[in-house]
Design a protein around this ligand. Structure first.
Ligand SMILES: [Fe+2]
Ligand SMILES: [Fe+2]
Length: 474
């Protein structure tokens, strides 16, 4: 089914046949547009940007590429096609028909989950809103805007669920989603990682590589939900999310490439010399990786969680690729490993698998992040440079869960307060590192040009060349 863009709210949910819902969403729409003009990408409203817009939800050919004025972008409501006779695939309701309406007893849990997911979408737009002013190229500027408009669409996706299935409470939550602000002292976004700043493009690429990947795993777990509209919404969001992670992974790869090229050309590994050449030394990239990895790891919550257990047992939130797993899908009697500090050691313990579902989803994410890091490592390897990126220990720099009270080094040693104070500047970006990275951020908006600290991409968007005019300023 292709999507009709002549409607006020483009959709594939037959909105014109549900007048009450249509009116409620049309009532919310101006507030969204106000939020976008206030908190969306800075100073971008008149640009023509080569963007992709969803025109169908079919796996092949769902997206259409063309120049769109940022202020005229059409945010719509798109759900993946319904699977006929879909069943609940895990938990105590396994085998029963998937719910088309919210079961009364799970209403507040589902609402909390949808609001928490929904809140991250506008939050990231707010975090990234100034980045356009320091873009390293038109190609990158276009990718930033693509990510931003789609995060805006993801907010629509969640607000649709709130309006369609949660009545007045849902409409109030929809308003609150437009009222919170990333980093605001009085009315912040819900999750800590979404109140951090994204002050420069290195942070942006790390964020889209690591934190959007948390989005992938959360959405994948919700795509398994017994609540069918949530499942269908998340399935379509996942197709968009893939591009966000690509932007991050390829962005960092291009920075690594540029640095390695400079190291070879000038025969140096010296960070100060490399900084003198205006590139980002590899140890600094590692520190940013450590920071974003640890902050994002906290988004999975506590290793042991009774909330996670009941969301699973009740059929609300599944595991990553639940239906591909071959066990009882109830986790009766099974266990899962997790780590904890006992005395002066980090030990592996086992918990009932049901209560360890946060840890399991975190592990799925870790494996996925690790494969991206392995791909990055091929760049210095090919260049004959010994440096390799590594992921820090799971307990490193954690603020949530069993490691909160401890200082753990990236290689997994338990540190005293004094040791941590002495060493953390080697592991996390310092003020000086951040100031250096920020000092590189100058706007490169000339057709076909790239900033000095990043290599051009191997190829462009939608088979266009890398030096295509992705953004036209008016
Ligand atoms: Fe998103
Ligand atoms: Fe995303």
């Amino acid at each position: 089914m292709s999507i009709n863009y002549s409607e006020k709210i483009p959709n594939n949910v037959d909105l014109s046949n549900n007048k009450t819902l249509q009116r409620a969403l049309e009532h919310w729409q101006p507030g969204f547009l106000n939020w976008w003009s206030e908190m969306g990408p800075d100073d971008s409203t008149n640009f023509d940007v080569y963007l992709r817009t969803a025109v169908s939800v079919e796996p092949k050919g769902w997206a259409h590429f063309d120049y769109v004025k940022m202020k005229d972008y059409r945010w719509g409501i798109f759900l993946a096609p319904a699977e006929p006779e879909r069943k609940i695939n895990f938990g105590e309701h396994m085998g029963q028909p998937a719910w088309q309406e919210v079961p009364g007893e799970y209403r507040s849990t589902l609402r909390r989950i949808i609001v928490t997911q929904g809140d991250t979408e506008p939050a990231s737009v707010e975090q990234q809103r100034h980045l356009g002013l320091t873009c390293p190229s038109l190609y990158d500027l276009r990718n930033l805007f693509q990510v931003n408009v789609e995060e805006g669409r993801h907010l629509w996706a969640m607000v649709y669920l709130l309006h369609a299935h949660f009545g007045r409470d849902g409409r109030e939550e929809g308003e609150a989603l437009l009222a919170r602000r990333s980093g605001d002292a009085d009315n912040p976004r819900i999750l800590t990682a979404f109140n951090e700043k994204t002050p420069d493009w290195l942070s942006f690429f790390m964020f889209t590589f690591i934190t959007d990947r948390d989005g992938k795993f959360q959405l994948a777990a919700l795509a398994e939900s017994g609540f069918d509209p949530l499942s269908r919404t998340c399935r379509f969001m996942l197709t968009e999310e893939a591009h966000h992670m690509f932007v991050g992974e390829s962005g960092i790869a291009r920075i690594i490439q540029r640095t390695c090229d400079a190291m070879i050309e000038h025969k140096t590994e010296d960070a100060a010399k490399l900084r003198g050449l205006g590139v980002i030394d590899l140890p600094t990239l590692q520190k940013y990786l450590n920071f974003h990895y640890s902050v994002t790891s906290d988004l999975y919550g506590s290793e042991i969680s009774s909330n996670a257990a009941s969301a699973y047992a009740n059929g609300i939130k599944g595991r990553f690729e639940e239906t591909k797993l071959t066990d009882d899908h109830k986790l009766h009697g099974s266990e899962y490993p997790y780590m904890e500090v006992v005395g002066s050691q980090i030990v592996v313990k086992h918990a009932p698998a049901l209560t360890a579902l946060n840890e399991r989803l975190r592990d799925d994410w870790v494996a996925d992040v690790q494969s991206g890091v392995n791909r990055w490592n091929r760049i210095p390897e090919k260049a004959g440079i010994a440096f390799r990126f590594t992921l820090p220990h799971k307990g490193f720099h954690r603020r949530i869960g069993l490691f909160t009270e401890h200082h753990i080094s990236p290689d997994g040693r338990i540190l005293s307060e004094a040791e941590w104070t002495r060493s953390h500047a080697a592991w996390l970006p310092t003020e000086e590192d951040r100031a250096y990275v920020c000092s590189l951020m100058g706007r490169v908006a000339e057709h076909g040009k790239f900033a000095n600290w990043i290599a051009p991409p191997a190829r462009g968007i939608n088979n266009q060349p890398a030096d295509y005019e992705y953004v036209r300023f008016n």
